[in-house]
Design a protein around this ligand. Structure first.
Ligand code: ATP
Ligand code: MG
Ligand code: MG
Ligand code: MG
Length: 449
């Protein structure tokens, strides 16, 4: 059953509609965060707990229970049902914001203390982390988040909460919807609501006592299938050595991206040229690139993983099982098109390099044309040049990108999306160079719109 909950929050749902009959709801949402306001693409593969597609478990109160019950139910589920040791958990609450005239959510803090969480594990955080908003207008409110320390051993890990450390990972966000923001003002909502979100993959990691989402049974079958398909080195998890790191990152990226491709294509989103479809095209090309350039896999590897994804997710999403053949066809067609442009790109790079004066930079115009005309990812151009010991004139490339963005300003939506895509690539280039450095919470995020 698909429902839009916003009318309930705003009090505009028709009182006799089916939706308005339910005051306590639980759900599981398919989430894709690879574009728009929430864009985790940059972190995926680099860390072990951000995915482009993940499942978000939620419980909702529509004008029913509020802070006290939401916190105590969450605590009971985690510590009594799942038996997660209490000393591994840290909770955060909204610390107040003077620009909005909001004081700290002491009510929430007190609830956690009453539930027995030690004060050293109850931490105030600012607006950016602990005030949830859909957008500039609409329902919003303070939130409280639960984080898990994967290391433990009696240490106090409070300083690592919300720092982007892979050791202390956020697992659950409880949002207390009590305001509606309108033209910069916060108005109280007629009723109070709760909206929570817990990442299934992160929860499974905790429950299966692993350090990485990729070490859980949601991902290991896919990683094994990648290994069978590429016959290269095995996946080894997060390790320091740069070369192994690159292969490991490729495993994670491919495993993550193939899940997203399966779920999106099944839901009718195909790799394309604007909006969500452009995002999916980018995901597909990124996956193909890691398959061929880093894992040295033969064409077809990506599509060959689909049956394994179906095995893992098919029970929860039967529509995947039905569409498996179609998903494989679409992946294969798109891969073939991209691989042929990769080939053309390679030849262009070869020719250009042969004509270059020694110790000069690769011409930005050629890189720009590869990017714009052949959809050649910039990080791939960089990788191929690096192998030849040549650098790209990034400043000149950025200038071309900027000029193009200006030319397209006010143009059609697809143009704007492509401009955003360019900045994303330029950014990933810098990160690729500092290979395998886990991204932190304050690393820049780029939106597609
Ligand atoms: P993070 O700070 O780790 O990026 P978030 O604060 O952006 O997470 P929320 O918007 O609060 O995440 O989403 C609720 C929950 O969904 C998170 O507590 C986490 O368990 C899960 N989650 C969020 N983003 C991802 C992702 N990209 N991959 C997997 N799980 C995620
Ligand atoms: Mg996030
Ligand atoms: Mg967070
Ligand atoms: Mg959060």
């Amino acid at each position: 059953q698909r429902w839009a909950f916003k009318p309930i929050f705003l009090g505009t749902a028709h009182p006799r509609s089916e939706l308005a009959q339910h005051r306590r709801v639980v759900n599981s949402q398919k989430c894709v965060r690879a574009g728009g306001k929430h864009n985790d693409l940059e972190d995926v593969g680099r860390d072990t707990y951000h995915h482009t597609f993940f499942e978000m478990l939620g419980n909702w109160s529509f004008g029913d229970y509020f802070k006290e019950e939401a916190c105590s139910m969450a605590w009971e589920l985690l510590t009594e049902v799942y038996e997660i040791p209490r000393d591994r958990l840290y909770v955060t609450y909204f610390g107040g914001d003077s620009s909005l005239g909001l004081s700290a959510d002491e009510e929430c803090r007190d609830i956690w203390l009453r539930l027995g969480v030690p004060a050293s594990h109850v931490l105030p955080f600012p607006l950016k982390d602990n005030f949830w908003e859909m957008g500039d207008t609409g329902p919003c409110g303070p939130c409280t988040e639960i984080h898990y320390d994967h290391v433990g051993g009696g240490r106090n890990a409070a300083a690592l909460v919300n720092q982007g450390s892979p050791d202390v990972v956020e697992i659950w966000n409880l949002v207390f919807m009590q305001y509606s923001r309108y033209q910069g003002n916060l108005l109280p909502l007629p009723q109070h609501h709760v909206d929570t979100g817990m990442g299934l993959e992160r929860l499974v990691t905790v429950l299966q006592n692993k350090r990485s989402n990729y070490d859980t049974d949601l991902f290991t079958p896919i990683l094994d299938a990648i290994h069978k398909g590429c016959r290269g080195p095995k996946y080894q998890g997060l390790v320091g050595d740069a070369d192994v790191g690159r292969v490991n990152m490729a495993y994670r990226v491919v495993a993550d991206h193939v899940r997203t491709l399966c779920v999106c294509i099944t839901d009718g989103i195909y790799p394309g040229f604007s909006g969500a479809e452009l995002v999916l095209r980018r995901i597909l090309r990124r996956a193909v690139r890691f398959c061929s350039e880093v894992l040295h896999a033969p064409p077809g590897l990506l599509a060959s993983l689909v049956p394994t994804v179906v095995e893992v997710l098919g029970d929860a999403y039967p529509e995947l099982t039905k569409n498996a053949d179609q998903i494989m066809d679409i992946i294969n067609e798109n891969e073939a098109a991209f691989l042929s442009s990769l080939d053309r790109g390679r030849r262009i790079i070869e020719r250009t390099v042969q004509q270059m004066e020694p110790s000069t930079n690769f011409p930005a115009e050629v890189a720009w044309s590869l990017y714009g005309n052949l959809g050649f990812p910039l990080d791939l151009i960089d990788l191929m040049l690096e192998e030849k010991g040549i650098s790209l004139d990034l400043a000149a490339f950025n200038k071309l990108a900027l000029e193009d963005a200006k030319r397209k300003a006010g143009g059609p939506q697809a143009g704007q999306l492509e401009d955003a895509d360019i900045h994303l690539d330029v950014h990933s280039l810098a990160q690729l160079r500092s290979n395998n450095v886990p991204a932190t919470d304050d690393s820049p995020k780029y939106a597609y719109t």
